[in-house]
Design a protein around this ligand. Structure first.
Ligand SMILES: *[C@@H]1O[C@H](CO)[C@@H](O)[C@H](O)[C@H]1NC(C)=O
Ligand SMILES: *[C@@H]1O[C@H](CO)[C@@H](O)[C@H](O)[C@H]1NC(C)=O
Ligand SMILES: *[C@@H]1O[C@H](CO)[C@@H](O)[C@H](O)[C@H]1NC(C)=O
Ligand SMILES: *[C@@H]1O[C@H](CO)[C@@H](O)[C@H](O)[C@H]1NC(C)=O
Ligand SMILES: *[C@@H]1O[C@H](CO)[C@@H](O)[C@H](O)[C@H]1NC(C)=O
Ligand SMILES: *[C@@H]1O[C@H](CO)[C@@H](O)[C@H](O)[C@H]1NC(C)=O
Ligand SMILES: [Zn+2]
Length: 497
């Protein structure tokens, strides 16, 4: 039996505001999982830390009752102040070691405020790639441009941008091959339903999820050392798998009931990670739109109820992979280095995304040290130099607004310092001990398109300077992706053949 691709259903989108807003993978076809006939993996040949076969059982032969129940809360699309505030409300719980919950954000570039990306990262959360302009079948350049901008304007070391999620979850074999080429550690775009509810695995032997699309053909994808973290669906009361924004699929009490039942399936079963996949736009109050406070409260209450259970850990996808590569019983997780949460003590206030405690400008990182980059539709802060013209897909990191001999020049993060320790004003790394030492060995960013000659260093723009004093808060609602309130479940049902 063959099924049509999910992509046809996903293109059915609804316009709610003046911009076209698209839904990202709301549901998967019921019963779409199932053991793949084409996936084969020999656990004797494929061994940790860099190879793991897809399996419903925990890694390293650990018993489910001894492993942590990981919960991953992820956020998609642009980072803006209001959306970041919503994310912080979701993460307002503690892990068993007393550290705050951490989350992963799959960031698209348009309408993103890079100072907030840096703040998110500096607080121990994960920043990952979701392309430049949020297109459904991204080019190499779409993926590389996001990587370049997250590095240049948010100071994220290239080697810390490890994850990728395809816009609309519309990934292909080409996408996976491309992210491997660009040095990513993992993809998280696929769907796991009940039958293929695998722990994360490496793609040495290909894909084991979404096999109904043909992606599991081992000739299509074979990427040693690249991990797939499937997205774990929640079955609703009609057994329809709901994936992203589950809270839009029913009343608060129904969604809470389904979510609890599915969480228990993981927690009392093989303890595969449980995911809560959020487009923060849906849960954020905007003037003129329906007030989502009740929806948000439902999600927050659910998260808090999980935090009350033993062995539940809220982690980033990258922390999850650190554990996957070197699994330890839940009893030993508290003091693993990747679960610690001390913030750096740099001794002075620097533009590193962490607010000096004497500054209380809510939601804005080190506000007095930020540069404001103002362009027609994009206004954002950065600790680094503003570009002289607005970034585009072709030219994501244009020439700097100031030259390196200008007194206001900001020094880019070098490859031997993590940006939480880097003072871009002084051009100095404030890390003085081996505990904070960092050396970036990531694949260099390549944003040259085949047609362009000179890479990304030289701007073709005319050098219009951004105004230092323009209003930096004029970030509108229109740009926000993912604001669709309908489910595509009915549509998918009609696609079965
Ligand atoms: C998804 O990717 C396919 C290529 O595999 C493309 O034809 C389709 O237009 C994409 N869908 C969306 C919504 O972008
Ligand atoms: C699921 O719950 C809704 C109420 O939220 C109800 O209308 C519907 O009939 C239920 N469906 C099934 C299959 O139980
Ligand atoms: C964690 O604690 C155990 C024993 O309490 C100790 O042996 C181990 O070195 C600690 N690990 C870290 C990373 O602190
Ligand atoms: C914040 O700034 C003040 C004054 O510059 C400084 O004395 C203090 O150490 C800084 N605090 C932190 C946490 O960096
Ligand atoms: C910015 O806006 C001005 C005036 O509205 C327009 O002339 C200019 O072409 C715009 N620039 C870009 C890069 O869109
Ligand atoms: C950079 O990317 C372009 C286009 O995607 C490609 O043609 C070129 O070979 C790449 N260069 C390197 C060094 O990988
Ligand atoms: Zn998205």
């Amino acid at each position: 039996m063959k099924f049509l691709g999910i992509s046809a259903a996903i293109v059915s989108v609804l316009c709610l505001t003046q911009s076209v807003l698209a839904q990202e993978g709301a549901t998967a076809p019921a019963g779409a999982g199932g053991a793949s006939s084409s996936y084969h993996c020999d656990p004797n040949a494929c061994k940790l830390p860099n190879c793991l076969c897809a399996s419903q059982s925990p890694p390293a032969g650990l018993s489910p009752k001894d492993v942590p129940q990981f919960v991953t809360i992820t956020f998609d699309d642009s980072i803006q102040a209001k959306l970041l505030a919503t994310a912080h409300e979701m993460l307002n719980v503690k892990n068993p070691n007393g550290c705050p919950a951490k989350g992963s954000w799959y960031v698209s570039m348009e309408y993103t405020d890079f100072s907030l990306v840096q703040q998110w990262y500096a607080n121990g959360n994960e920043v990952a790639d979701h392309t430049f302009s949020h297109v459904g079948n991204p080019s190499a350049q779409e993926i590389a441009a996001a990587r370049a901008m997250l590095h240049k304007y948010a100071g994220i070391p290239l080697g810390k941008i490890k994850g990728f999620r395809a816009p609309f979850l519309n990934y292909t074999a080409d996408t996976l091959n491309e992210i491997s080429k660009q040095g990513f550690h993992y993809d998280t775009s696929s769907t796991a339903v009940v039958d293929d509810c695998y722990w994360p695995y490496t793609l040495d032997n290909g894909m084991a999820n979404d096999c109904w699309t043909g992606i599991c053909d081992p000739d299509k994808v074979k990427l040693p050392g690249v991990w797939e973290i499937p997205m774990y669906a929640v079955n609703d009361n009609a057994s329809t798998p709901q994936l992203m924004d589950v809270y839009l699929a029913g009343s608060v009490s129904d969604v809470t009931a389904w979510s609890n039942a599915n969480f228990d399936r993981h927690y009392n079963g093989n303890r595969q990670p449980f995911g809560i996949y959020v487009h923060p736009t849906h849960l954020t109050t905007f003037p003129g739109l329906e007030d989502p406070s009740a929806l948000k409260k439902g999600v927050v209450d659910f998260i808090q109820s999980l935090a009350g259970k033993p062995d539940v850990w809220f982690v980033t996808n990258e922390q999850l992979l650190q554990w996957m590569q070197n699994p330890v019983p839940a009893s030993q997780l508290a003091n693993q280095s990747y679960m610690k949460c001390e913030l750096p003590n740099t001794g002075k206030e620097i533009c590193n995304g962490l607010e000096n405690i004497t500054i209380s400008d809510a939601g804005v990182a080190s506000s007095n040290l930020l540069n404001a980059c103002n362009f027609n539709t994009t206004n954002w802060g950065t600790c680094y130099n503003c570009p002289s013209v607005a970034p585009t897909l072709e030219q994501p990191t244009p020439e700097d607004h100031v030259q390196s001999n200008d007194p206001s020049y900001r020094h880019p993060v070098p490859d031997n310092c993590d940006s939480v320790w880097w003072d871009p004003v002084a051009g100095a790394c404030l890390c003085t001990s081996s505990g904070c030492a960092y050396k970036d060995v990531a694949v260099p960013v390549n944003t040259s398109t085949s047609s362009s000659k000179g890479g990304n260093a030289v701007s073709s723009g005319t050098g219009q300077k951004p105004s230092e004093n323009a209003d930096n808060n004029a970030i509108g609602l229109a740009p926000v992706y993912g604001l669709v309130l309908s489910s595509v479940a009915g549509m998918i049902a009609t696609l079965w053949l």
